[in-house]
Design a protein around this ligand. Sequence first.
Ligand SMILES: Nc1ncnc2c1ncn2[C@@H]1O[C@H](COP(=O)(O)OP(=O)(O)OP(=O)(O)O)[C@@H](O)[C@H]1O
Ligand SMILES: [Mg+2]
Length: 256
Amino acid sequence: MNTAEKTTTAQNAGNGSSTDGMILRLANISVHYGAVVALDGVSLGVRKGEVVAVMGPNGAGKSTVLRAIMGLAPVVAGEVYWHQQRLAAATHEIVKEGISFVPQGRRVFTHLTIEENLEMGCLYLHDRAEKERRLDAVMELFPILHQKRRDLASQMSGGQQQMLALGRGLMAGPEALLLDEPTLGLAPIVVKEVFQKVSEINERLKTTIFVVEHNIKGVLDIVHRAYVLEKGRVVHDGTPQSVRETDILTQVFLGS
Ligand SMILES: Nc1ncnc2c1ncn2[C@@H]1O[C@H](COP(=O)(O)OP(=O)(O)OP(=O)(O)O)[C@@H](O)[C@H]1O
Ligand SMILES: [Mg+2]
């Protein structure tokens, strides 16, 4: 890349384009589902302690970004790096490496209690005292889970189930948390609460967070940086301010 190109990229990208200090990074990842190109040479990442959003319209490839990290997508080219090392562990091993994934759709175990659901987040952990310590920490962060610890998850509201899904993700004691559409289908007041909790997790536990979101306005208020995807490609990256100042979102959402 010549100097002129570098300058242009840096300007387009706000402060986001450099890969310096990124602990989790996709480098030129392409994912194909048969004839469907879900990701086409996507490079993006998150630095230690950051909250970073991945935004874009339906089908842009947002979930595929997270699924590629977790070894759940058919990657045909590119690499995922975790702490500068190629991440090639099997999906169930990745959580032990320090990455926890909360998928789209709040998949809680409705026939289990809140406490049992949380314990599912660290099944591999055999140290009972450590498990208790994590349970206490999660319940301190989400008092509602403490209050309802013996209730079945099926008895919780949608918002409470989302808190449970977040709590279960934290039970793995992750260094990085991947959240796919944590506010989908929730009432506005609950959306606000979920975003507050995501910020609190980042600030209190110092967890690095990648969050895929539809709720542009809300998520831009809580992230350090954001990527905008359109048809499997990154079309913008930078600070929330840089996203607000461009008309990129109007372009990709309204196709103008
Ligand atoms: N298992 C699959 N088989 C075939 N095509 C798939 C599969 N999963 C995703 N796709 C396709 O890949 C593209 C990207 O999908 P992806 O789920 O990553 O989008 P998204 O941005 O998360 O969308 P949404 O906002 O609707 O959740 C879409 O065209 C989708 O139809
Ligand atoms: Mg999705």
